[in-house]
Design a protein around this ligand. Sequence first.
Ligand code: FAD
Length: 246
Amino acid sequence: MRIPPTFEARLTSARMLAENVRELRFERVDGAPFDFAAGQWVNVHVPAAPGAEAEIKRAYSIASAPDGTPGFELAVTHVQGGPGSTFLHGLAIGATLSVVGPQGFFSRPLDKAQPSLFVATGTGLTPLRSMIHAALNAKHPMPMSLVFGVRTEADLLYRTELEALSARHPGLRVAFTLSRGAESWTGRRGYVQTHAQELFQALEGLGLGRPHVYACGLAKMVSAVRDLLRKEMQLPRELVHTERYD
Ligand SMILES: Cc1cc2nc3c(=O)[nH]c(=O)nc-3n(C[C@H](O)[C@H](O)[C@H](O)COP(=O)(O)OP(=O)(O)OC[C@H]3O[C@@H](n4cnc5c(N)ncnc54)[C@H](O)[C@@H]3O)c2cc1C
């Protein structure tokens, strides 16, 4: 198996996507193009504790699509007291760190891509955002649907971008669902697994082949979605692709 390379990356810009989610844009310091497949992740070296010399590694999915440049984006949820996410939320523009990657097998090769349902909660959206952009950039014809679940409207990462993409691309359907939506929210409610079957069936009804499902987020959600797809809907294993963050 190929050992993923280690390289230095510089933080070139950052912005908050939600109250506790920071998007960080890095560039390889050596200027080489960062070659990865949409859906893959990197390991980032961070101090084991504030100011410590000892380092630990934390995995983050790449949020941007491969574009042949040295740049790439991550989106990090701040976990209270967590050394990795706290460090990355405080990282100053211009700082550099060691990155190992790309890594992982959660990807959607476009040469064999089928209609696809993407299921995400929180920053589990990031590898799916990369896959969506990669497919649209390549003008890949297979339809895609995304069901993205968060607690409140303010937690909807990349909302404007996703709404604009689905308005521009008839083959992309985007559904947001809130588990703690305000009364004013008129969209979908509840967990992503409540909506996955309907969206899967709508894709299947297009008659373009059996859809594949890509689910990413915390283990509890991924397990619930896998149970729905494999046990209740009896989907074969090869149609169900998952990535767990914990
Ligand atoms: C393949 C892979 C890809 C990942 N990609 C991302 C990503 O794109 N963005 C991201 O924010 N995290 C991602 N993670 C999680 C990340 O690696 C760290 O676990 C997370 O940042 C917490 O690290 P910490 O050192 O701050 O806290 P720790 O003390 O190490 O973790 C504390 C606990 O936080 C919980 N946790 C982990 N991730 C999250 C999360 N995203 N939201 C809420 N709770 C969480 C877990 O239960 C974990 O045990 C990914 C993990 C894996 C395995």
